[in-house]
Design a binder for this molecule. Structure first.
Ligand code: VGL
Ligand code: ZN
Length: 209
């Protein structure tokens, strides 16, 4: 199947930031492999937006705040929370969109995870499942109907964004080779299963021209 993006389609590029790339605070294995395919995809879309994980220094998702080790989990009001190394702290180099990701046409950068006591993987909704970011309204007001997701990490911010896009009524695809995963505690297999069950499509960037 060949997909030709139309004026009603948007590419959402998730969290391609220094801290998620090799050498970063929460480096996603092979994370820098997403940059070339994403830049090629961006050429094919009229509409591209970026997301940026953007935490205050004392963020609730940081293991350091709980006296625990990164990748341990704890129970929060919002459910089970994986604890992370301190990452994407507002204003730091690690939080910057990767210098090598050159997408001048990107129309919006949505920052998420700025509430100290709530994590936010999804570009649409904080992890409390009640606090919207405004992205669904932005897409709807602009008449955009189909969402294509790429970036980091497949099993957290990309998956949660895709699931919420689907739930908000957008036809949603994840572009598999333009994503890379953290994969902790079976998270990647679970994310693909959840996305398949929700009706998120799984495509390769070679199908998009
Ligand atoms: C992410 C863990 C913590 C992501 C963000 O971008 O997938 N993962 N914060
Ligand atoms: Zn984060």
């Amino acid at each position: 199947m060949v997909i030709k993006p139309t004026a009603k389609d948007i590419l959402i590029v998730t969290d391609v930031q220094h801290d998620f790339l090799p050498g970063g605070a929460l480096a996603v294995p092979d994370g820098d492999a997403v940059i070339a395919p994403i830049m090629a995809l961006a050429e094919a879309f009229d509409h591209v937006i970026l997301t940026q994980d953007w935490h205050p220094r004392e963020h609730i998702s940081f293991a350091s705040r709980h006296g625990k080790n990164p990748f341990e989990t704890i129970g929060l009001d919002s459910g089970e929370q994986v604890l992370w190394p301190d990452h994407c702290i507002q204003g730091t180099h690690g939080a910057r969109i990767a210098d090598s990701l050159d997408i001048p046409k990107a129309q919006l950068i949505i920052r998420k995870g700025h509430h100290p006591a709530i994590d936010s993987y999804s570009a649409f909704m904080e992890a409390d499942r009640r606090t919207p970011t405004g992205l669904a309204g932005y897409l709807s007001e602009r008449g955009l109907k189909r969402v294509f997701c790429a970036g980091l990490a497949t099993d957290f911010c990309v998956a949660w964004t895709a699931l919420d896009a689907c739930e908000a009524g957008f036809e949603t695809s994840v572009i598999e080779d333009a994503c890379r995963a953290i994969d902790t505690g079976g998270s990647l297999a679970r994310a693909w299963a959840d996305m398949a069950a929700a009706g998120v499509r799984r495509v390769m960037s070679s199908a998009i021209v």
